[in-house]
Design a protein around this ligand. Sequence first.
Ligand code: DP6
Length: 352
Amino acid sequence: MVVYRASTTAPVNIAVVKYWGKRDPKLNLPTNSSLSVTLSQDDLRTLTTASCSETYTEDVLLLNGSPSDLTGARTQACLRELRALRAALEAKDASLPKLAQLKLLLVSENNFPTAAGLASSAAGFAAFVRAIADLYELPASPTELSLIARQGSGSACRSLFGGYVAWRAGAHVDGLDSKAVEVAPAAHWPNMRALILVASAAKKGVSSTSGMQQTVATSGLFQQRIAEVVPANMETMEAAIAARDFPKFAEVTMRDSNSFHATCADTYPPIFYMNDVSRAAVRAVEAINTAAGKTIAAYTFDAGPNAVIYYLEEDSETVLGTFYALLESTEGWKKGTNPKSSVQLDEAVSDS
Ligand code: DP6
């Protein structure tokens, strides 16, 4: 029995200018561009092995050991595109094994809580798409694969790269220009660090997909966000990264997170992702920056209460020390939160 197999890992990315809103839910096209920082794979990543064989009778996904649904429209869109690309290769070269028609087994493991606002779908779909692309030996670049991963989960398109990554919203109705590009490699700003504060590892209340749909449908503030706030933030953020200007990077990161959560609060009925521990983290960052007399730490929150704090290596002692001391006095913190996960940023994603 021949089993064809390929494994890959994909990292988590945390947006500093957030994607929130779809202009086309079917093709998963966003209302705005976004920009993220890829975290180190040593700490947060999905490892996926894709295999196919004549003996397999159905497509199967095992996620952290449990059978998981593969029938969703977005997963199916990724599978369809990948199989079509493989079929095209096979049509051109008759010596290639006929893998496109075989059933797939996908075994995927996260080393962090799934769906707790830690961008698990981003790493998950990025690893899913690349493992199959590797199995099929597709000659596709990360940007080409980002067009496929985007259809699985928007933020996943950014996890095909390391470093600083923009997802250009694009303008075409077919979505062919809605893809991820590297803004700068991790080595461009090697002393950047991220601290993850796990305020709750529980599954989030309102999923990103339905949350953003409700926001687009009901929030007036959202219109201003996509028309003015995000375009300005993208421009300032890209300039801040190019210049390695941490205070600017930090200010835009915090303002964009605030803007995103404001549109959530402006959604009707309102959506609240941040909790008391999240708000304590915001205050802790403010206290750190005030005490330092300059901006040395930045917070950001996705669709959940967990905080990601960006800072520079040279400020580790001040940021981490102050953070732990301040948060120890907050109630949520004492009640069993598990924050001590400091994550280093890493170079590009790696295959195995
Ligand atoms: C708040 O990528 O999970 O993390 O495309 O519906 O799967 P879908 O949404 P998803 O949304 C991520 C939202 C965010 C911001 C971001 O990562 O840019």
